[in-house]
Design a protein around this ligand. Structure first.
Ligand SMILES: O=C1O[C@H](COP(=O)(O)O)[C@@H](O)[C@H](O)[C@H]1O
Length: 266
């Protein structure tokens, strides 16, 4: 069972005993949001990240979720992507395809991955154009405050440096407010060329889940969540603040180990 609490404006914290419990809680959460979105809008627009997230979503490929989730109503996007061939081991698309999308009955035309045969800049522009068309047809909702797409759920991981999607600490992409998707060619973590949702898009989502595990991320979790006063660095993860949507953190105990005021009994 999750140790769950609300930490002021930093969202709901769900701290799970171990990775198995986290996987189950995350699958339940995604399945519930999918059901609610399909009931309300007829579709579920979900944006994935790469990294450890896909493995942590693995329970969705198993019973009961593989049978109970309305996969035909899912529209898949990526919060960030590395600009490499789709069959490259660095591709977030390949990771999701191998670990999830090939194991459940998602409609292939609902999978909106980037064009991997153009430059990072062109890939970002094309991807934004695709999202714009889907906003027009309301497959993706629109935020009434920002005019940004309002995804039903954006799933984010976080690096030990506090980066989310491909928004890295102190990078100018963090300041991009005009575009929905931007590109970088100097990622501090390889590969260097990436496209990424911008903060306004992330913060316009109906739901944002931060899925973070492992002790190497404990310090970044503390800096992203705790009230650390005026010296608070502008850690990308701390800038995830959905305007009207709901933010939930899924943490295992090692990732949560440096949070203020939490004590775990052995
Ligand atoms: O490079 C990336 O890293 C982050 C974090 O990955 P993780 O393996 O530490 O969970 C990931 O969320 C992002 O999508 C990816 O491109």
């Amino acid at each position: 069972m999750a140790l769950s609490e609300v930490n002021n404006d930093r969202g709901e914290l769900r701290i799970l005993e171990n990775l198995d419990e986290l996987r189950t809680d995350l699958a339940d959460y995604i399945a519930e949001l999918s059901e609610a979105a399909v009931k309300e809008r007829g579709v579920f627009a979900i944006a994935l990240s790469g990294g450890s997230l896909i493995d942590l979503m693995g329970k969705l490929c198993e019973a009961p979720y593989n049978k109970t989730v309305d996969w035909a109503k899912w529209y898949i996007f990526w919060a960030d992507e590395r600009v490499v061939a789709k069959n490259h081991s660095d591709s977030n698309y390949k990771l999701a395809k191998d670990g999830l999308l090939s194991k459940v009955p998602i409609v292939p035309s609902h999978i909106h991955s980037i064009n991997d045969s153009v430059s990072a800049e062109e890939a970002a522009d094309e991807y934004m154009f695709v999202i714009r068309q889907l906003v027009k047809t309301r497959m993706v909702s629109v935020s009434d405050i920002s005019d940004c797409p309002k995804f039903d759920l954006i799933l984010l991981g976080m690096g030990p440096d506090g980066h989310i999607a491909s928004l890295f600490p102190n990078h100018s992409a963090l300041n991009e407010t005009d575009e929905w998707v931007t590109f970088i060619i100097d990622s501090p973590k390889p590969p260097p060329e990436r496209i990424t949702f911008t903060l306004p898009v992330i913060n316009s989502a109906s739901n944002v889940a931060m899925v973070v595990t492992g002790e190497c991320k404990a310090e970044a979790v503390h800096l992203a969540i705790d009230n650390i006063g005026p010296d608070c660095p502008s850690l990308p993860a701390r800038l995830v603040q959905p305007t009207k949507g709901k933010l939930v953190w899924f943490l295992d105990k090692p990732a949560a180990s440096k949070l203020d005021g939490l004590q775990f009994s052995e």
